[in-house]
Design a protein around this ligand. Sequence first.
Ligand code: BDP
Length: 702
Amino acid sequence: MFKKLAIFFLFISFASIADDGSRLWLKYDLLKDPKQREAYINLTKFVALNYNSPIATNAANELKIGFEGLLGKKIPVVQNWTGKTGGIILEVNTTGISVQHLVDDGFAIQQQKGNIFITAKTPSGVLYGAFELLRYIQTAKDLNKISVVSNPKVKIRMLNHWDNANGTVERGYAGSSMWKWTELPFRIDPRYIQYARANASIGINAASINNVNASSRFLTAEYLEKIKAVADILRPYGIRVFISVNFRSPRTLGGLKTSDPLDAEVRKWWNDKTKEIHEYIPDFGGFLVKANSEGEPGPQDYGRTHADGANMLAEAMRPYSGIVIWRAFVYNADPKGDRFKEAYEQFKPLDGTFDPKVIVQVKNGPIDFMPREPFHPMFGAFPKTTLGMEFQITQEYLGQSTHLTYLAPMFKECLDTDTYAKGKGSTVAKVIDGSLDSHQNSLMAGVANTGSDINWTGHPFNQANWYAFGRLAWNHTLSSEEIASEWIVMTLTKNSVSQEKIKNIMLKSLPVYISYTYPLGTAHMMGEGHHYGPEPWLAKSGRPDWTSVYYHRADSIGLGFDRTGKVSNALSLYHPEVQKLWGNADQCPLDYLLWFHHVAWDKKLSTGRTLWNELCVRYYGGVEEVKKLQTVWESMKTEIDDETFENVKGRLKIQEKEALWWRDACILYFINYARMPIPSPLAAPTRSLDEVKKLVEIYHLR
Ligand code: BDP
């Protein structure tokens, strides 16, 4: 009996570890349809490689692993192609006609005389082409007439890890750091290779490995050894390593009396340090710097400008191919000011003074990765500076790892918005890809959501945000729908009915999240410090602009931050066409309304409802939508792997509970200002504001 039971439990446990999510979208499971397999097998009899390099070899190997998994057949990789047909030919070719339309990382895939050629100018291009071909098979596309020419729109497609030396991750929600600093350089976790493959498969070619709130420790010889080991693993997948640096390092590490960027000894220290880094990592990508922001040191400590600081580091990088990425996330603690304007105002006089090796990295919105922000006014206003984009993939303000929130629509909303900098069509995307102002360099960075969790990202759907970021950095014209479709079929299910249902869930998820957290253009009302859950009543903090009341400005008259000429006039930072779109409260799109206007509680909106009623409808509607998402998810039980199904199901329940928490907190708090009833048929919350306030303690968030 005991034996039987043991076998039964063994069976149960095997059945339940079917898919732990560790393979991300690179599953390569056998295609079920034999006919489909047959069609692909005829075109993939061998892989031939005409070029000897670690990256190209990885491209060939990836095809081999992919074909063997998907098609269930061993595929030889040959070095010299003899003219045989029925295979995949990988070619690095710098001069031929086939590469004339390609940029460095681009690739072409063409059917020619019975073979499929993947051609590129560089080994990285071939690697990206190999992954594109695999994606064709994973998403069941026809290979017979394949004809692809693909160039990345942005040159540096980068993850920013906010990982600390002690293994924690700032704003990480998927366990601890994936970098095992205490083990490096002696033990190489096999996950580093999986990480590199996943990134290469979506075109990511750069990673800064440590927190922007940087410890100088990362520049010590001890850590450079460790970072070298990581760089050596990532290099054969076309990924260059960057380091976030602490501006005070010449003092803390070098023992100098100052870190003044104009001081000769300081400059020498950085020159020497940069040289030393290159001895470990010859293709070092460069420095990422958070300076004079949230207490971090910077050039302003010595009366110098951001340009002085950045240009000093650019000079140190001059002999090498790397660059300096200088963040524009800066703001002062001025209770009378408007944080919205600060980065713009500090950087505007510096436009044209940055070294060509410097890229200024700007967050998508002017405040701080809020679920919906208007685009940062710096985009379209700095023609002489290369501006890079910083998105946040990790969901600090977007449900962390308990809310299902697909972020491609948020990235797209920003990229597709028109800045009108050079007339109609001057989108943020064109600023970022360098085409608007003819910049040579370009950068899109995403704050990573990876961690030590077996599935990398905590919530299984958060993988889609990593995926979407990479795909959009490569090609910002892809739609959120296309990207979701690809990811779902590669990651979750081959069943087309379920694919549609999941796509709908994903596309709805951001508007749903926003409606029960930050409807109508509200912002920054999250719990203090941990940033989890609602705290609209937060009125005291280390700085006024870390409170909630600073942002929502609720009073007996209305709600919202007036950024028109009457008060902060932040709107004036935008081009006149944008000011026109957002400047009039009667015409401003409701999604941005309270970003720019203080609106009376009883003002009738374009929906026919008063502001208060509209707010209620959105908060309540958001909670109902989460319930609907759960019903749709439940209907797919038989189509989704058990472990993933249960994982998402559990998280959706938490999401419902927390949506209700947000709704009750905000409604019960704002009703004291609005002094209007909750419109019927909506039922008043069953708990009091005091009870809701206590939830922060119950959740141990204090
Ligand atoms: C804020 C995060 C903080 C980061 C900061 C940044 O709360 O942890 O250090 O952004 O981007 O959103 O520097």
